[in-house]
Design a protein around this ligand. Structure first.
Ligand code: FE2
Ligand code: FE2
Length: 200
């Protein structure tokens, strides 16, 4: 399925794909927008392979990094006003833009579909249990065509044979990378590791 051929039914979001692209392009740098379109492309390939709803996958992909360049102040306010886990405040946009992004998207675009919102919410650190759309966005974010890093080809190959193997591979690589940088690990990332990487 080529992304240009997708026509939104307006069941999940009250705009066309072209209008959504325009709205997304306005809240991020051109480089990030290119990444977002790459994630949609990779995600739609996975959606075809694993027989998942194209429209939901396209919407989740185009919106997954919507909050990546939002102001920290605004993000903090949402964490507090929405009674989110206050431990989040010890982290930054890298961890916030998924869960806070899901809230922003619900408020600004009236998206209420839980599969779309969960895919956005969990795209960075994953979750112990993820449905197919969550799995696809998590993997597509890692393997989209603009990504260049050691191991990306292996992740792409794995995604063609097993989504679960691709999740395990990318989760382990990301965690190792963070540990080597001596940065604070958000506990949910460990839960994702325990669920998807350990004792496969
Ligand atoms: Fe992201
Ligand atoms: Fe992303």
């Amino acid at each position: 399925m080529e992304s240009e051929n997708i026509i939104y039914s307006k069941k999940y979001i009250n705009c066309s794909r072209e209008e959504l692209l325009e709205a997304v392009s306005q809240v991020m740098s051109p480089k990030r927008f290119t990444h977002v379109k790459g994630v949609e492309k990779a995600a739609l390939e996975l959606a075809r392979q694993y027989r998942v709803d194209y429209e939901k996958v396209s919407i989740a992909a185009l919106l997954h990094d919507y909050a990546k360049e939002q102001l920290d102040e605004e993000m903090r306010d949402i964490i507090i006003s929405e009674n989110m886990d206050l431990e989040l405040l010890q982290y930054g946009n890298n961890i916030w833009h998924g869960p806070v992004g899901a809230i922003l998207i619900r408020n600004r675009f009236n998206v209420t579909d839980s599969e779309i919102l969960d895919a956005i919410r969990h795209h960075t650190v994953g979750a112990p249990q993820m449905g197919l759309i969550e799995q696809i966005i998590y993997v597509a974010d890692y393997i989209e065509p603009n990504r260049i890093f050691e191991g990306v080809e292996e992740a792409r190959a794995l995604s063609k044979s097993s989504l679960k193997e691709a999740i395990a591979f990318s989760t382990l690589k990301t965690l190792k990378y963070l540990l080597e940088k001596n940065v604070k690990i958000y506990p949910r990332a460990i839960e994702t590791y325990n669920a998807w990487v350990v004792q496969k």
